[in-house]
Design a binder for this molecule. Structure first.
Ligand SMILES: Cc1cc2nc3c(=O)[nH]c(=O)nc-3n(C[C@H](O)[C@H](O)[C@H](O)COP(=O)(O)O)c2cc1C
Length: 376
């Protein structure tokens, strides 16, 4: 039977499926449910020092459904980070670690620019026994005026500084969570890794406008008649997430990759074991799920584990590490694809032509004889 367990940055997980920061990790009650159902780990909803500044609106979600079925294929949100105080979270982190000492609990944190703020939030969460951190450099909406989230994550030089503060504040592993709302995701990732991040989590949501209501003529989701671009997630974003994870893995683990000992926690549209297998084939060690849990519930981890096991069985893989990154070798440049195709076509043409006696050439006689041999 294949072994789904994962060891990454000193963390031991029973399987690679991790709850992504968001509603499915929003308090101790739901996090306990996730552990009970068998999730490999949980990243909590993002925590900050001044939760009283976090004011959410309702409604704050909008869904995209497939045209010919009810299936939800995309999800937009304009939700902010956690509106629960750091004191409440400290209490819940302690209670969760008491109840689930062997399970991986990762604190997602986000702060304004400032060494004291970052050191304080890291030290307070670490004191409660969390196993590691995810730095939210990627929340797309709501707090740009305070230069938090994606506003910070789009600036590699800021990340360089913040990650070095965090490295100074803790020996626990930390992942830097990237925004996809940037041209080259490898640039902020590289800055974070060079400043001590143990891994990269990617992607957060993609800036989007779900649609415009043709009766009211107003954009969705509508709050008192108005809206703003939100973050898109779910199945529809998976191809973009796969591309970004592939770019990150190539930078980190490729031939000249300088970050072989770091990790990728892949996020974006995962709803099945087969989806997870694809991210692992592109270099991820763990796979996070947010929207999938909002659609299918916590129990969905069981079929996902079964599906991943079946995939591994089919290929004879005994561990996650055995196939991690396997598909990266099959990416090439367009020019190289053209060249490969030209070579194959040329060979086929020669094989076709050699069937006729007029095409034998003195200089290529041995090569052409070889082409006609069946048991090479
Ligand atoms: C409603 C909602 C709230 C979210 N809140 C957070 C958050 O507080 N912190 C964070 O880092 N990411 C947050 N995310 C982003 C997710 O963690 C994840 O990166 C993204 O949704 C893509 O994964 P998915 O397709 O599995 O949802 C949120 C996503 C959704 C849908």
């Amino acid at each position: 039977m294949p072994d789904l367990s994962v060891q990454v940055n000193g963390l031991k997980l029973p399987n690679p499926f991790v709850i992504a920061s968001g509603p499915p990790g929003t308090n101790a009650n739901v996090i306990s449910k996730a552990f009970d159902e068998g999730w490999g780990g949980v990243v909590c909803k993002t925590v900050c020092l001044e939760a009283d500044k976090i004011i959410n609106v309702a409604p704050r979600y909008a869904r995209m459904r497939a045209q010919n079925s009810k299936e939800v294929i995309g999800w937009e949100n304009i939700e902010l980070i956690s509106d629960r105080s750091i004191e409440v979270w400290e209490d819940e982190f302690k209670r969760l670690k008491d109840a689930y000492p062997d399970r991986v609990l990762i604190a997602s944190v986000m702060e304004e620019y400032g060494k004291d703020r970052w050191s304080e939030i890291i030290e307070r969460c670490a004191a409660c026994g969390v196993d590691g951190f995810e730095l939210n450099f990627s929340c797309p909406h709501g707090l740009p005026e305070r230069a938090m989230g994606a506003a910070m994550g789009q600036n590699p030089e800021l990340l360089r500084e913040v990650c070095s503060w965090v490295r100074e504040a803790t020996d626990l592993p930390f992942w830097a969570k990237m925004t996809p709302n940037i041209t080259h995701i490898t640039e902020p990732a590289r800055a974070s890794l060079e400043s001590g991040a143990d891994g990269i989590a990617a992607i957060n949501t993609i800036l989007s406008v779900m649609g415009v209501n043709l009766d009211t003529l107003r954009p969705e989701p509508t709050v008192e008649g108005y809206s703003l671009p939100g973050g898109y997630s779910g199945k529809a974003v998976r191809p973009i997430a796969l591309r970004m994870v592939m770019e990150l893995a190539t930078m980190m683990f490729g031939e000249s990759g300088a970050f072989q000992d770091r990790s990728i926690s892949a996020i974006g549209g995962v709803e099945s074991g087969e989806d997870a297998a694809q991210f692992i084939l592109l270099g991820a060690s763990t796979v996070q799920v947010c929207t999938g849990v909002m659609i299918h519930g916590y129990g969905h981890v069981k079929p996902m584990c079964d599906q991943l096991e079946s995939f591994m069985d089919k290929h004879g893989f005994e561990s996650i590490e055995e196939f991690r990154g396997h598909a990266l070798r099959y990416f090439s440049t367009h020019a190289q694809l053209v060249e490969r195709q030209r070579e194959v076509r040329e060979k086929k043409k020669q094989e076709r032509e050699i069937g006729k006696d007029t095409h034998w050439e003195g200089d290529r006689f041995v090569e052409q004889s070889d082409m006609l041999v069946s048991n090479k």
